[in-house]
Design a protein around this ligand. Sequence first.
Ligand SMILES: [Zn+2]
Length: 325
Amino acid sequence: MKLNDCVVIGIDLGGSAIRLSTVAGNGKLRYSKRVDISGRREKKYIIASIITNIKELIAIEKSRGCQVIAIGIGSPGIIDLNRGVVITSPNFKDWKEVRLRTILQKALHLPVVLDNDANAAAYGEKWKGAGRKVNSLVCLTMGTGIGGGIILNGDVWHGIDGMAGEIGHMTVNPEGPRCNCGNTGCLETYSSATGMVRSAIVSLKRGKGSILKKLSNGDNSSITARMIYEAALKGDGLSTEILAEAGKYLGIAMASLINILNPEMIVLTGAVTGAWDLFMPAARQEVKKRAYNVLAERTQIVKGKLTDSAGIVGAAGLALKQIEI
Ligand SMILES: [Zn+2]
């Protein structure tokens, strides 16, 4: 295959936007599009929009003498990898058993790879990001929720159904708060943006003093993780505690991941990593306390390098990998 004439398309299907790019064989993004879908989330509209925008990118590449040869798409939710089906998705309530891979293949006459969005991000960081030089890593995408992807021997570890790596739903406190997944005390309930906001509201309701009250004008529903971060930077005690608590539970999860998998690297990515300096000391302390020393010292814990393009690059990489086999 002459990769200089051929490109793939990587797609990140997010809650507020579909982001897609043509990606060269060396992992470089070429032409990118971002389609805002915050106002419209019906299945028909989203799928039609994905197809239209892919066709547009195909036409742009064609006019430059390049051919799109495959498509990779990372989607949140529960994915049946073998059948290429999105079983459910937290972002799109009317998505049940959507045969996304078949629909796109039929509409575009190209090979399509569908994977979980966090697996795609993990593969992106392995292929062209922080994990380029390692063979095994665990990637955590820390945003509204916490996604996870595991790379072993250079490949995504999918598990039997393609659902491995749900690290956000690792129990870190059996007595903890209820999670959307039905469990209690999942990592996500403490260390995601939503989890931190939840912790803040619980403490404020218990009467804890904080400048968050002023920043939110007394309206708890307007508190955001960014607000907590900014309050912590101003020396707010409660916000500092919440970030340290998020770090502590992240550290508990990472210690288990290190002991179980002995990975070369843990890559943390997503918006929450903007508060790195405020949660990482507690996380590192917890790892040191709980993981086997030899393993903990071996594992590098680093920030992702591809920031918000990890999912697109990874989806493209997975598509490329599939057709090269
Ligand atoms: Zn959960």
